[in-house]
Design a binder for this molecule. Sequence first.
Ligand code: PMP
Length: 392
Amino acid sequence: VDYKKEFPQTIGVTNLDSAATGLVPAPVADFVFKYTSTSCANAGRSAYRKSVELTARIDFAREEIAGFFGAKTHELTFTPGATHALNWVAKGLNINCGDVIVLTKADHHANILPWMDLKKQGVQIRWVECDKSGQIDVTDFRQKVEGAKLAAFTGASNVTGAIQPIDVLVKICKEAGCLSVIDSAQLAPHKRVNFDELGADFMAIAGHKMMAPKGIGLLLANENSSGLLSPLIVGGGVIRDVTLDGYELQPFPIGFESGTPCVEGILGLHKLTNWLIEKGEDLYTHESELADICEENLRQNPKVKVIRGNLATPVMAINVEGWQPHKLAVKLDADYKIAVRSGHMCALPLVRDVLGYPEGLMRISFAAWNTHEDVEAVVCALREISNVRETR
Ligand code: PMP
């Protein structure tokens, strides 16, 4: 399979940083460009044909995107990204003084900080341990969830790729009468998720990590749980009535989408989900095979430490003996035209505290556009670099 030809952005660079953001496939980028260069209406506002047409396209996009994630149309609200989706849940739920929230050490700051803010109002946080591959400790999770109001956890680590047993974790939450919030920013780009089958209460998705344009994400809310949320942002386009005394909003999801929507983002994400359906599961197999080969090769280098979940997305963290991660990333870019991420990767509790790398790590992540040549390029580059010491 050759997906690379659909990603002209890869000409002249080996992009191994899909976990930071996805490259938009050419058919999706072209579609968005064509829409932008010919559009002349806002959605859900005016009565002329172009506006009505756009409103219908967005309704259709919501229906098909929800279907892609196994959710019902009225369970999906558009957000600017996963960070916003998680903040909307943390700040929009009625969490009170004395309530207990369960978080994990495997999570990204986006699924930690919004919950930490609730400490100011007397909410207590319990931390679930994870192992040295970023895998959440299910036994510890089960204990910590007892008596808790809510548990928020990642679907896959953005550092080690470790895929979490979200079906098991959701079941534990249900048995304990605790709400579940899943950060699927890193899982959804590599594995189809079925929100309704899973039965979770809330799920955050980052469109840009799935190769959609930036500025679009999703909050999926179970139809039985969405009523627990209040919108943080209110304004035009979503009301039932406004009088001088107050207002009444439409229910979730529309009542949560005040203001002009990110039309390019929504249409782009819609086009992308169709593109993904067309490519099928082979795409996930392709990227996963590349990552496995890369991991296997890197593990043969005694100076390279690879940190990756047993069951993982095509993402891995590495440390090269004698090299500070940022300097290593800069060298890979400057001398080999290889783009990777370095640092704490917005996961300090995991990278510094659990894994023990205060200076951070370097991350290699694969996606549809990568090839066997990319694997060879990074393995060879790291072989050469690991034989010399960094000059500080
Ligand atoms: N959660 C995880 C696990 C992530 O990796 C990221 C992005 N780095 C986010 C949340 C934030 O997503 P967004 O960029 O859409 O706000």
